[in-house]
Design a protein around this ligand. Structure first.
Ligand SMILES: [Zn+2]
Length: 296
């Protein structure tokens, strides 16, 4: 009798154990789709763009949804540590597309260090030279790594991956009086979201882009020339019609950037202004449809 009771008891325990196993299995499969969605979020599908706070200078880093990378400008000479640490912290080994918008120090200052410290895919610069040491340092770094510079001009198109397009919208002339107007202007498009990065382009270049009937519309505009009144005309702003304007500048700079005229125009058009001086590094995230400001 006692033996029978014990057998029954053991059977109940066994069934309870089976039931436990079954429930935990069901739970796991129920969790799987969510887990998969999470993995997807972290493994790709998003484009990230960061406007680094490099003081009175420009440096923009883009992580494409497939893990490829782009850098547009590389701050001043003394921004080397900041830029390299930023990339190393993100475990970046290679810059697939490196752009020097124009050969002024505040745009190509630390480009030699970026070239020396990381694998580089392609380098784009405008077809113009200067005699500064900063520019020579970049050329030397390029030569040392047996790379070559591709001259960028309006009308070029780069397709890094299926859903991402990088359009070169300027420069559109061969000769300009001011080096700023040689600035490479880029439009980075990820499905229905886009970013217009204007270097230090001034009115002349803006007019050329408008006259060429380029589609300038973008969600985020990197305001030209640190918010100087030498660029950002009302016509240009109307054509871009951005939700956000990002101004890259250093507090208390010698040029008085950003100029009041530019800020007034942006405010009049109710464009949300962000700046590296006020906000530090600024990062946007896009899934191709929705744009999110994730760090400011
Ligand atoms: Zn500049």
């Amino acid at each position: 009798m006692l033996y029978k009771k014990r057998k029954k008891f053991l059977l109940i325990i066994f069934f309870l154990f089976l039931l436990f196993l079954l429930t935990s299995c069901t739970n796991e499969s129920a969790e799987n789709p969510e887990k998969k969605a999470q993995d997807k979020e972290f493994s790709g599908g998003y484009l990230y763009i960061t406007f680094l706070d490099v003081g009175q200078a420009d440096c923009i880093f883009v992580m494409l949804p497939d893990g490829k990378t782009a850098m547009i400008d590389a701050g001043n000479n003394d921004d080397e540590t900041k830029i390299i640490n930023f990339l190393k912290k993100m475990n970046i080994k290679k810059i697939d597309y490196l752009f020097g918008t124009h050969p002024h120090e505040d745009h190509i200052g630390s480009m030699d260090s970026v070239i020396n410290n990381f694998d580089i895919g392609k380098i784009y610069m405008p077809y113009v030279t200067t005699t500064t040491k900063t520019f020579k340092d970049v050329l030397e770094a390029v030569k040392k790594k047996s790379l070559k510079i591709t001259s960028a001009k309006g009308g070029m198109e780069i397709t890094p991956s299926q859903d991402v397009k990088i359009e070169v919208l300027a420069p559109n002339s061969k000769n300009y009086e001011d080096l700023n107007n040689y600035s490479i202007v880029l439009k980075i498009i990820y499905k229905n979201t886009s970013f217009l990065l204007t270097g230090d382009a001034e009115y002349i270049s803006e007019k050329e882009m408008i006259n060429n009937n380029y589609d300038l519309k973008a969600d985020v505009l990197k305001v030209a020339h640190h918010g100087s009144s030498s660029g950002t005309s009302i016509e240009f702003l109307k054509a871009v019609s951005p939700k956000y304007a990002v101004i890259s500048y250093g507090k208390g700079n010698d040029y008085g950037h950003p100029h009041k005229e530019t800020i007034d125009k942006l405010n009049k058009m109710k464009i949300k202004i962000l700046s590296t001086a006020e906000n530090g590094d600024i990062t946007f995230k896009s899934n191709g449809e929705i744009l999110q400001l994730i760090k400011k």
